[in-house]
Design a protein around this ligand. Structure first.
Ligand code: IVH
Length: 677
């Protein structure tokens, strides 16, 4: 290997070591991490990879040669009576199977091994020394060999007994456990800190560590810290102790030490994996954070037989949950155009595994949001995906921003059709003004039209819609009904049989319902529920198409915004033409039950405003009577109002009607109008 290469590796190794030391200091000493765990892991992995390639460059003081944090000089340093080990990690069922196989091989057993399965609490490990049942010292794990003496602080934890209950404890006993901060306490504490203008903690684990490592124990006392005991250190070979880990935990509980109630004895790999799955499902609702589960061979004799390798026991394994955060780079920002023309920035990422899936695209929601997060091309970003949640960019790692990181401008023209992109005053969303002339909007509109809850055209998927629009065969939903099987079969990758199936599905969709049809039109703000209400209210399409915004607002749950969208949609000549062609192509629905008025009523076509309380009928009943006679009910009085029906205690609407000279009807006059001649 050439010298320059080696020099380059050395320089990179130096840089990584310095960065890791800096972040160790921030994390362990200042309790103020500047980067996420995921980012830290990346630095560490890069260093490990370089050192693996250049083993002669490894030095004993490299961060890779040490586990855990250096003790802070602020606390006295203590040497643990027995080293505090760490655990091997597994991320997959295969790794758990391999662990179980190794255990059985070493123990020489065929059948399933009994394990104790426990949540892996996300806090910090502590060691507590009890002499003759009295707490004499408490320490952090530190680097595993020596830690910090935090006795004074640990004594403030209400759940930590200063004297053990009972009397059957070994004279010298080291209890090990995890100090953590429950989620609720963490949130409340952070809120208090924020209100006081103080620094908030990044997560419950940092908060627990920061709270335990306070120089003033009175501060620790005010922090909502808890802990669970999970094992024994020195003194664990006392012959009077039970012979299994699980029973020992029970004994600890008997001595007044808190033990996690979710610990359970399970059998074999199947038991381990079932426990892992169950805790994962319950993870979000647990009162504390866990980052995995821990499996321990239950029989103490078997643990002793298995022993240790370097820093971890062979009898235990941490089965971790997939990291919910990962670090990656923004390769580009594309703008996608949705059905309503919304132009959405989407970050194209170097693919990265987050929360168990590979993420390579993530929506930045809208232009303002992208600017607020200040995402630029070339940036390193933290991506998060918790549970089934859609992945999102949490933040940019500003320190990693390259000099040539490029800001992204909102396009002035639609990337799909070239029409102007407009952004109305005060709105976060920019839209393409091309409407259905825009192929992207056209494709989205067709996708929506064909979707299961709309016209339900089986087999008309995204790829086919792309091909149909791109080849110019389909411009709008009405064109679908003119497609023939040979035409479809001529498209790439389309078999004759499936072409025939799709033509049949399109034909079947002609028989629909009015709510489905209205929903399928893709009118802004008209979802399934509104489509149903509109259908029930108007009974058929022509009266709906004729209704103006005011008449539309008479429909329950239709406000000014929705009514304006509906009215605008039906005013648009292109939309009217597409609807006419759909009907001509045979799209139909059964008549609904709203009866047409038998006879012309004096209320036909009239705009009515109801105010005050009527004695004989409720406002809803009055409204229904007016609508059934072809009238419209609106909320506010204007010069275009025909009648104001004034009941008891009518207020300002009555005054306005008088001022505008609108006809005012009292209840009797109104009832008279409802009567047939
Ligand atoms: S047993 C030799 N049990 O995980 C076995 N550890 O990666 C030592 N942890 O430092 C650990 N919950 O801080 C054990 N139920 C549990 C645990 C647990 C959380 C932490 C502990 C330890 C780290 C090891």
């Amino acid at each position: 290997m050439s010298v320059p290469e080696r020099a380059q590796a050395q320089a990179e190794i130096d840089r990584l070591r310095a960065a890791i030391r800096h972040h160790d200091h921030c994390y362990y000493v200042l309790d103020a991490p500047e980067i996420s765990d995921a980012e830290y892991d990346i630095l560490m992995r890069e260093l490990q990879a370089l050192e693996a390639n250049w083993p002669d460059l490894i030095t004993p003081d490299s961060p890779t040669q040490r586990v855990g944090g250096a003790p802070s000089p602020a606390f006295g340093s203590v040497t643990h009576p027995e080293p505090m080990l760490s655990l091997d990690n597994a991320f997959s069922a295969a790794e758990v199977e391999a662990f179980d196989r190794r255990v059985r091989e070493r123990l020489g057993v065929d059948g399933p091994v009994t394990y104790c399965a426990e949540p892996k609490l996300d806090g910090l490990a502590v060691s507590l020394l009890y002499e003759n049942g009295r707490l004499v010292r408490g320490a952090t794990r530190g680097d595993g060999v020596s830690g910090e003496d935090v006795t004074a602080n640990l004594r403030t934890l209400p759940s930590l007994p200063l004297r053990l209950a009972g009397g059957d404890w070994p004279a010298f006993l080291e209890v090990r456990g995890e100090v953590y901060m429950p989620r609720a306490g963490f949130l409340a504490m952070n809120q208090r800190l924020q209100e006081a203008g103080e620094r908030v903690f990044a997560n419950p684990r940092n908060a627990a560590a920061g709270s335990l490592r306070q120089l003033d124990a009175r501060v620790t006392a005010r922090r909502p810290l808890r802990w669970f005991a999970y094992g024994l250190g020195a003194g664990s070979n006392d012959p009077a102790l039970p012979d299994t880990h699980f029973k020992r935990l029970g004994r600890l509980r008997g001595w007044g030490l808190p033990v996690c109630p979710l610990n359970r004895r399970v059998s074999g790999v199947a038991g381990l994996l079932a426990y892992h799955g169950e805790m994962q499902a319950r993870r979000a609702e647990l009162p504390f954070e866990i980052d995995g589960v821990v499996y321990k061979v239950d029989a103490v004799a078997s643990q002793q037989h298995l022993g240790f390798v370097s820093r971890a026991p062979r009898w235990a394994l941490a089965h971790k949950y997939a990291a919910e955060e990962a670090v990656t780079r923004v390769l580009a920002v594309a703008f996608q155009v949705g059905r309503t023309g919304a132009v959405t920035p989407v970050a194209r990422l170097a693919p990265v595994a987050v929360g168990g899936v590979i993420v390579s695209n993530v929506s930045l929601h809208n232009f303002d949001e992208m600017r607020r997060k200040d995402v630029r091309i070339g940036d390193t970003v933290i991506v998060r995906r918790a549970g089934d949640v859609i992945p999102e960019v949490v933040r940019v790692v500003i320190e990693e921003r390259p000099d040539d990181a490029a800001e992204v401008a909102l396009p002035t023209q639609c990337p799909e059709c070239g029409a102007a992109v407009v952004r109305p005053e005060g709105e976060a969303i920019a839209r393409c003004s091309g409407q259905l002339a825009c192929p992207a909007q056209r494709k989205e509109a067709l996708r929506h039209f064909a979707s299961r809850r709309a016209m339900d055209i089986d087999g008309l998927g995204d790829k086919l819609i792309e091909a149909l629009v791109d080849s110019g065969r389909v411009h709008d939903p009405a064109d679908l009904y003119g497609l023939g099987a040979p035409e479809l079969a001529a498209l790439p990758r389309m078999a004759e049989k499936s072409a025939a199936n799709i033509v049949a599905a399109i034909a079947r969709s002609r028989a629909t319902t009015l709510p489905r049809f209205l929903y399928a039109l893709g009118i802004r703000e008209v979802g399934e529920a509104t489509a149903r209400t509109l259908a029930a209210h108007f009974g058929d399409l022509p009266p709906l198409m004729a209704a103006d915004a005011e008449a539309l607002q008479a429909v329950s749950d239709v406000g000014p915004v929705v009514s304006a969208h509906i009215a605008a949609f039906f005013r648009e000549p292109h939309n009217r033409e597409v609807i006419a062609r759909l009907l001509a192509a045979g799209v139909h629905w059964p008549a609904t039950s709203v009866p047409a008025p038998a006879k012309a009523s004096p209320l036909q076509g009239k705009r009515v405003v109801l105010t005050g309380t009527l004695a004989g009928l409720t406002r809803e009943q009055a409204k229904a009577e007016i609508l059934a006679r072809g009238g419209a009910v609106s909320e506010s009085v204007s010069a275009r109002t025909d009648y104001v029906v004034a009941g008891e205690a009518a207020g300002s609407k009555l005054d306005k009607a008088r001022a505008l000279g609108v006809t005012v009807l009292d209840e009797a006059a109104f009832l008279a109008l409802l009567q047939p001649d």
